[in-house]
Design a protein around this ligand. Structure first.
Ligand SMILES: Nc1nc2c(ncn2[C@@H]2O[C@H](COP(=O)(O)OP(=O)(O)OP(=O)(O)O)[C@@H](O)[C@H]2O)c(=O)[nH]1
Ligand SMILES: [Mg+2]
Length: 362
């Protein structure tokens, strides 16, 4: 696998296997001391196994770490020892996940399905198993949110516990319990306030690079952006909003045309959608028709998306034909906010930021 692949790999759905540490066994031991004949039992308890914990982290932006390490483990508890010494508890294993990670338990019946549908040299593999067949365990959407995915097993009891008036030299003990184990599907739904939706080459990446410090690649060919990118827009008074640049969508995406529908789940949680249009229709496109098919694709993906507040970013206003199309769009959607801009030149960006500020109700 080459270095470039490593840098750019983005994983937003992955299957993992987690096994928490077993508890340590209890110990059988007797007190042995000079001049103390027949000292009683003194076998200590085993330690608890470590838990497997997920914690959301701002600096983690996708699930790629689990692609390289799909088996999560924590340390087992140590066995109990003589002289009533407890075994040491196993350390918890804390794994960082991006905020917006959904954790599903994969039922045993469908475990046999292959883990992924592609081999290592193809683009990021997706598990064949769908979340619809699994059981949701948690939605980790807040910062520093924690989930104990698998609990470590409890430690076993040493023979001290089995002492009684009739059995003063017990040889019983209990074994440590097994740590919890399971197969899980992790799915990322990026958390952003605003989602940019548009046809390839409409200028979404150009726009996000003008309003935030995020700089996804901008290029004059379709499907430049292959993964969602989130940028932070700062407003006066230290207010901020997150904006997601979603890969280009085309008609028929729900039938897997272009990049398909898959990444649309990243906008399901956006409060506001921005349709970015090539207002000039510079590549023989018609911005009004584009808007119609974009909205239709969203509706086919998730009907609740059509209820979401939306505005239009009328981009490429510097090109011929844009003014005429802008007038048509305005007359077609009289009660919608339409922000004209030429993102590449940086014009209309302030207007866009203040539109966001108004609509996000800062
Ligand atoms: N004339 C003009 N060109 C623009 C404008 N904004 C972006 N472009 C150009 O349009 C092309 C595509 O821009 P991107 O920002 O990469 O478009 P995108 O929507 O992110 O495209 P994908 O990632 O492929 O979906 C680039 O060559 C940009 O320089 C604009 O306001 N005016
Ligand atoms: Mg792009």
């Amino acid at each position: 696998m080459n270095a470039e692949r490593l840098t750019f790999m983005f994983v937003d759905r992955i299957r993992i296997h987690a096994k928490a540490g077993d508890g340590g066994d209890g110990c059988v031991s007797f007190r042995r001391e000079k001049f103390v004949p027949r000292g009683g039992p003194n076998g200590g308890d085993g330690g608890k196994g470590g838990d497997i914990i997920f914690r959301t982290d701002v600096h983690t932006d996708n699930l790629v770490a689990f692609y390289y390490q799909p088996l999560l483990k924590s340390v087992r508890g140590e066995h109990g020892m003589g002289k009533n010494m407890y075994g040491k508890a196993g350390k918890d294993a804390v794994y960082k996940v991006p905020a917006g990670t959904l954790v599903y338990r994969i039922p045993d019946q469908i475990l046999e399905l292959p883990a992924t549908d592609a081999d290592l040299d193809k683009p990021p593999p997706k598990p064949v198993i769908s979340p619809a067949d699994c059981q949701l365990v948690a939605d980790l959407f807040q910062e520093n949110q924690e989930l104990i995915l698998c609990r470590g097993g409890a430690g076993g009891k040493g023979n001290t516990h089995f002492k009684s008036s009739t059995n003063r030299a017990p040889r019983q003990f209990t074994e440590g319990e097994a740590g919890e184990e399971g197969y899980f599907l992790l799915e990322l739904r990026k958390i952003a306030d605003v989602g940019l939706v548009g046809y390839p080459n409409a200028g979404k990446s150009t726009l996000i690079s003008k309003v935030s410090a995020a700089h996804p690649k901008v290029a004059p060919y379709p499907f430049t952006t292959l993964n969602p990118v989130v940028g932070v827009v700062e407003f006066e008074g230290y207010k901020r909003a997150t904006v997601a640049d979603i890969p280009g969508l085309i008609e028929g995406a729900h039938q897997n045309v272009g990049l398909g529908h898959d990444f649309l789940r990243h906008i399901v949680r956006c409060k506001l959608l921005v349709f970015v249009l090539d207002t000039a229709g510079s590549e023989g496109r018609n911005p009004i028709a584009d808007l119609g098919s974009l909205r239709r694709e969203l509706d086919l993906y998730d009907p609740t998306l059509s209820q979401r507040p939306w505005i239009i970013a009328a981009n490429k206003m510097d090109l011929p034909g844009a003014e005429e199309n802008l007038a048509i769009i305005r007359s077609r959607f009289p009660d919608k906010m339409v922000v004209p801009m030429a993102a590449a030149e940086g014009t209309g960006i302030d207007g866009f930021k203040s539109a966001l500020q108004t609509l996000l109700e800062f």
